[in-house]
Design a protein around this ligand. Structure first.
Ligand SMILES: Nc1nc2c(c(=O)[nH]1)N[C@H]1C(S)=C(S)[C@@H](COP(=O)(O)O)O[C@H]1N2
Ligand SMILES: [Mo]
Length: 511
């Protein structure tokens, strides 16, 4: 009797392909985690995706990479990869080598992405890829092969639907388990917890005003808690930096390249200064802006030690994970606050905000100045280097624009007849001179400003509006800077150099 091969149904091929890819992926993750690699293949691919497609989509990028949503990108990468596996599985009837080929291609992508990451080691990447391919091949043999040769004996019958489901289900479960264990292992390896650090006494501090009354009315607190402070970066996993081996290098157009370790940095005279940071991607009325008290060594002091050579025009910095930015050397005019900072609100920097050391430059958007996990500062010409976001469609220069925001009432909020309109306004390095609110198209009314510690910070403002008629109202805010310039009403989106326009809120007065 003729022997014939029984065909696997299409859905089984799809499942087999997806599960095979999952198994290979999990194996790669495990190798990376077990060998202490900082970047697993999956994260490296995710990072590569960020770097490639962040491009002009910075708004999307902010949505994805901002704060908590980085997991979304990783999840997305996994889903796309598994779908590719399913597709290759379906097509494997004609091309049985397609699934192993996909695993091979994915592992090459993984290696390429890891090479692009300055924290990865090629050897470990190769090892992970090899293990992933071996596991992939094995899984595909078990799940995807045309095992179902039907002879005349009953015992050679093809694996039943139930058997297939059991085997693929168990494999998928194992893959998920291994991947989960890898995450845990990756997180316990390396310096995860920030070590105890005794911060030195700063040689200068500025007293903070007591603006509790403004905060009590729902206006943003003058100083933002580090945990509440907005977070924006391209890092899929927060870089873990070991302070015992960390060095800051200052080189390029300097008399003598300078290398300084964390202890030496702490031993230098430091200052403590409140500075408001803003992300260029912040929309009018948005919350990618916060104020904190930073402690660190004035950048100019460090540059003076290295000796800046004539012709240097740009301060170009790089983080441990290879992110870069640059701003004009001329911005360091001796007046502007620019710190190599290691503390935020009296505590060592949180990992998300750049532990152990970051740059803080008052009046420049974060994408041109505020390098977290700082590693090198290079003095160079203006045209020599472009920071990370510049080739991705963002302006090379990024001075923060005068801005104001209404915090209360919230959009559409119902308030009593004793309503207070309030919020914050900022132009770090220059300062805000006045804030005005226009109600229902009426005259501009001058608001009360809370005291500030320095021109580098935002200012809280409020305008009590007692006795408003019941019904809906609209408030518009605009600021005037310390030099008398009024905030522009021209509406511009965040790209390429920061949003402009006046923030407005509608609210209802209920009698
Ligand atoms: N290493 C590194 N530093 C970085 C970034 C980054 O992606 N990587 N993003 C910058 C941007 S765009 C901003 S707005 C600020 C945000 O700092 P924060 O997350 O502490 O608020 O960090 C800057 N420093
Ligand atoms: Mo930013």
């Amino acid at each position: 009797m003729a022997e014939h091969v029984s065909e696997r149904p299409r859905w089984q091929r799809a499942v087999a392909g997806a599960v095979t890819v999952a198994a290979a992926l999990a194996a790669g993750e495990l190798v990376a985690a077990a060998t202490g690699a900082t970047e697993t293949p999956l994260l490296a691919v995710g990072s590569q995706f960020v770097d490639t497609f962040a491009a002009s989509l910075k708004e999307l990028a902010v949505a994805i990479f901002g704060t908590n949503d980085k997991a979304a990108l990783v999840t997305g990468t996994v889903i796309v990869t598994l779908l590719l596996g399913a597709l290759a599985g379906v097509m494997s009837r004609r091309a049985p080598w397609l699934v192993p080929l996909l695993v091979l291609v994915l592992s090459v992508v993984g290696i390429a992405s890891q090479i692009a990451d300055p924290r990865s080691s090629l050897l470990l990447a190769l090892l992970g890829a090899i293990v992933a391919n071996v596991v992939g091949l094995l899984a595909w043999r078990v799940l995807g092969g045309e095992v179902a040769r039907r002879g005349d004996s009953e015992r050679d019958a093809p694996p039943s639907r139930r058997q297939f489901l059991t085997i693929s289900g168990l494999t998928a479960l194992a893959a998920a388990g291994v991947a989960a264990i890898s995450r845990v292992v990756a997180n316990v390896g390396g310096p995860t917890s920030v070590p105890e650090i005794a911060l030195p006494e700063p040689v200068s501090t500025v007293p903070l005003p007591d603006n509790a009354g403004f905060e009590a009315q729902g206006i943003s607190p003058y100083v933002t808690d580090a945990e509440e402070f907005y977070r924006i970066d391209t890092a899929l996993t927060v870089p873990r930096v070991d302070v015992s081996t960390w060095r800051l290098r200052i080189d390029g157009m300097v008399a003598e390249p300078l290398e300084i370790d964390f202890e030496q940095l702490l031993a230098m005279p430091s200052v403590e200064m409140p500075v408001t940071l803003q992300c260029v991607s912040n929309y009018v009325g948005g919350d990618l802006v916060d104020n904190a008290v930073w402690q660190g060594v004035p950048l100019l002091d460090l540059l003076e030690r290295a000796g800046v050579r004539d012709g240097a025009e740009q301060v170009f910095s790089t983080s441990v994970d290879g992110w870069t930015c640059g701003f004009p050397l001329a911005a360091l005019d001796g007046e502007r606050t620019a710190l190599v900072a290691y503390a935020m609100n009296g505590e060592p920097l949180l990992p998300e905000h750049g532990f152990p050391v970051r740059l803080v430059v008052a009046g420049l958007y974060g994408y041109v100045s505020a390098t977290k996990w700082l590693e090198t500062i290079e003095l160079t010409t203006w045209d020599d280097r472009d920071g990370y976001w510049v080739p991705r469609g963002w302006a090379k220069e990024g001075p923060i624009k005068l801005a104001s925001r209404i915090d209360v009432p919230a959009q559409g909020e119902q308030v009593g007849a004793d309503a207070v309109i309030g919020g914050v306004a900022w132009l770090p390095a220059t300062g805000v001179g006045a804030v005005e609110v226009q109600l229902d198209g009426g005259p501009w009314q001058e608001c009360e400003l809370a005291p500030v510690a320095d021109v580098d910070t935002w200012v809280q403002w409020r305008l009590p509006v007692p006795g408003l008629e019941p019904g809906s109202h609209r408030a518009v805010v605009r600021a005037v800077d310390a030099e008398g310039n009024t905030q522009t009403d021209m509406e511009a989106p965040p790209a390429p150099d920061g949003a402009t326009g006046w923030h407005a809120r509608e609210f209802d007065v209920v009698g």
